[in-house]
Design a protein around this ligand. Sequence first.
Ligand code: ZN
Length: 318
Amino acid sequence: MYNIEPILHPLGSGITIIDLMEGGIQGRTGCYVIQGEKTAIVETGSSLSKPYILAGLEQLDIRPEQVDYIIVTHIHLDHSGGAGSILPHFPRATVVVHPRGARHLVDPSRLIAGARAVYGELLETAFGEILPVPEDRILIREEGDTIDLGGGRVLTFYDTPGHARHHFSIYDPVSEGIFTGDTIGIRYVKQFTGLEFEPIYPSTSPSEFDREAVFASIEKLEKLGAKRIYHGHFGMTEPATLAFERTRKTVAAFVEIARSSFAPGMDWTILADQLKQYIKEDMAEQGHPVQDLTPFDLDQAVNAKGLLYSLEKEAKNR
Ligand SMILES: [Zn+2]
């Protein structure tokens, strides 16, 4: 029915990741399908990923009317930009979002304006159309709230700022895993980097990155004693402690690098190069010397901008 071949990876415990092929690239951004008596998907990606989700669900023999929940960990466009566009395909589905994100799904004009400022006329090329979600199709989940998928699969939501303030994470008792969006680091998988190992580095993107909030979110999620982490980018880390440790270490390192070279009005490219230098040394330290860091370029540009933004803000408030 769809003119594409979706790439699916079964992860056990009734969880499958559908590759959203963001930017036409494998292993970048994923949509998780959680199958209980009810079905939930986590993340839609942008509307450009819609055909992959629909074809992926078809491959899993899930009919559109069987999708009950579309959960978005936060409202960055690479996670939820396509929510309004895909919702009409699922007649019974509810979009589940953090309290701070809901109004931007209902009225995406501020999201679009913000993204337009960054991407200009390339916005549609990068993320496709961004359509509103009707208010009566939205379910807000706050700290400790749950969703019951039936058969003992009760998902619990936790407020986890750090990457963004409109970010929650979801604990699933069946897999003993947590869907952490971008809060507990990005896992750089083989399909994306071409490397034989899969390192984890943080996303410190603008405009709400907050180091202390990341540490508090790690501490909160660690207490759940989960076994695995499901990253927004990309796939699963097992044991979960590895993702927590890596994120704690590398966020601290990134902020320290940014602080030590920071000057107001500083050129972000200088910091991006320093972050890449750190990544190079850190990978070598883990026994994986790598020369070509091209797959990490874009994220370090974004990370450098986010770190500088947070330091500028801090300097102004002083
Ligand atoms: Zn993301």
